[in-house]
Structure formats: structure tokens, C-alpha cells
Design a protein around this ligand. Structure first.
Ligand SMILES: CSCCC(=O)C(=O)COP(=O)(O)O
Ligand SMILES: [Mg+2]
Length: 229
């Protein structure tokens, strides 16, 4: 029986276009000034150390580090220090009212419903935990953070690696068979399944694939699966 739901964000609870056409351009625009101004603060400095280490860029050349970060944004690299810095930049945007998180109507409805029914809800996204709390804390529909029991980002492991899902199970202290993972990316579902976790593949637009997997157009269809299991 499913007692815990672990959900991806981009393409699952929230639109890909919000992340790619709003969040990423916002970060690309504001990150250079943010890094120049905040480079001496411990939280930013720590991330710049990691950017230098991962890219081989000279740690003393802040402009080169910014160029590396901009290139990573363009290629949608799921690098943990980039994700941490993006979260800090987005925080300013949400606080100033320039950004509002997107959440699909059905996701908003069912997250609340599942929470009220006693299911435990967790997020697993490549976006940093800070970024996850922001997108759900400042949505156009209100604050959804009270419905979540916890958040995981790439510090627990990459989303296409079975080890990450084993780490999540161990952190949560639950059996694999009680957890349902929701994502729009098949490679993420395969990794979760390799750890014994049940999955639902969210296909919000376009043609449905021919697959043995459980596929859902929206969270109402995921709920139908929950009724059966
Ligand atoms: C937390 S909102 C920003 C999401 C993000 O930065 C990203 O790369 C999307 O990753 P996901 O794992 O949610 O597909
Ligand atoms: Mg996704």
C-alpha cells in the first residue's frame, strides 16, 4: 500500500516552460551581479569553490566563474553548486514579487487532498532544497509548503542513479513498496524502480508512449492508481 509520495517538480507538479522560460532566464540575468556582490559571503564562496573544482576554472577569477555558470545554465546542467546559487538568486525574485511559482491546478488540488488523507509527501528535484521551498511557497495558488514533510536535492544523489533512491528510502526509513515516485523523465523512473520503488510517469502534453509503465496525464489519474494499490 502506498503511504509516501515523492514528486519531481519540472514537468510533474509544474510546467517545463516556467522553469526554462522564466526561472532560468531570471537566474542568467541576475546571477552575475549577485555573485560579484556576494562572493565574499561564506554561503556563496563555498559554492564558488565547488564551481571551480567541478569545472577546472581558476577560483581567483570571478568573471571566469560567472561565464562557467552562465554556460551551465544554457546547457541545463544539473550541477549542485549552480542549483544552490540559482536558488539564492530566485529567492530575491520571489521576495520582491518578481517571481510566482507555477503549479498545475490538478497538482495543487491533489497534493492538498493526499496530505489531508494522511499520505506523506516529499519532493525530489535537481533544483536546490531552497529553490523547491520557494517554488511551492510562492505559487500563484498560495503556499504549498505545509503539505510537504521534506525535500531532497542532488546532494542525496543524481536523479538517474538508483543509489539516490536507496539513500532516500534509508533517510525516510520506509519500505520501497510503500513509496510512489512521480516524474516526467523515464530515466528517473527506471532508477527509482531499480531501487524497488513504484512509479508513475507524468506525460502532461503530446502523445502517450507505448509502455508497460503506469502513465498519467495529471494527478487525478495518479490518484486512480492509488485507489487500486
Ligand atoms: C526547484 S524549481 C527549479 C527546478 C530546476 O532547477 C531544475 O533543474 C528542474 O529539475 P527537476 O529535477 O525538477 O526536473
Ligand atoms: Mg522533471
Amino acid at each position: 500500500m502506498i503511504r509516501v509520495i515523492l514528486t519531481d517538480i519540472e514537468g510533474t507538479t509544474s510546467s517545463i516552460s516556467f522553469v526554462h522560460d522564466v526561472l532560468f532566464p531570471y537566474a542568467a540575468e541576475h546571477l552575475p551581479a549577485f555573485v560579484r556582490e556576494q562572493q565574499e559571503t561564506p554561503e556563496v564562496s563555498e559554492q564558488l569553490d565547488l564551481v571551480a573544482e567541478e569545472s577546472g576554472t581558476d577560483r581567483g577569477d570571478v568573471e571566469a566563474l560567472i561565464k562557467t555558470l552562465q554556460a551551465w545554465i544554457r546547457e541545463d546542467r544539473k550541477a549542485t553548486p549552480l542549483k544552490a546559487l540559482q536558488g539564492m538568486v530566485w529567492e530575491q525574485g520571489y521576495q520582491q514579487g518578481e517571481l510566482k511559482g507555477h503549479i498545475y491546478e490538478d497538482a495543487a488540488q491533489y497534493l492538498q487532498y493526499w496530505h489531508d488523507r494522511g499520505l506523506r509527501l516529499y519532493v525530489y528535484s535537481s533544483g536546490s532544497v531552497k529553490a523547491q521551498k520557494l517554488i511551492f511557497g510562492f505559487t500563484t495558488e498560495g503556499d504549498f509548503t505545509p503539505f510537504f514533510s521534506g525535500y531532497f536535492d542532488t546532494r542525496i544523489g543524481g536523479k538517474k542513479e538508483p543509489e539516490a533512491y536507496r539513500n532516500i528510502l534509508s533517510e525516510l526509513g520506509v519500505d520501497a513498496g510503500t513509496l510512489l515516485f512521480l516524474s516526467d523523465v523515464e530515466a528517473e523512473l527506471e532508477a527509482a524502480e531499480a531501487a524497488g520503488i513504484k512509479t508513475a510517469w507524468l506525460i502532461r502534453d503530446g502523445e502517450l508512449p507505448e509502455t508497460e509503465r503506469f502513465v498519467a496525464r495529471n494527478f487525478a489519474e495518479v490518484d486512480a492508481l492509488l485507489q487500486k494499490r
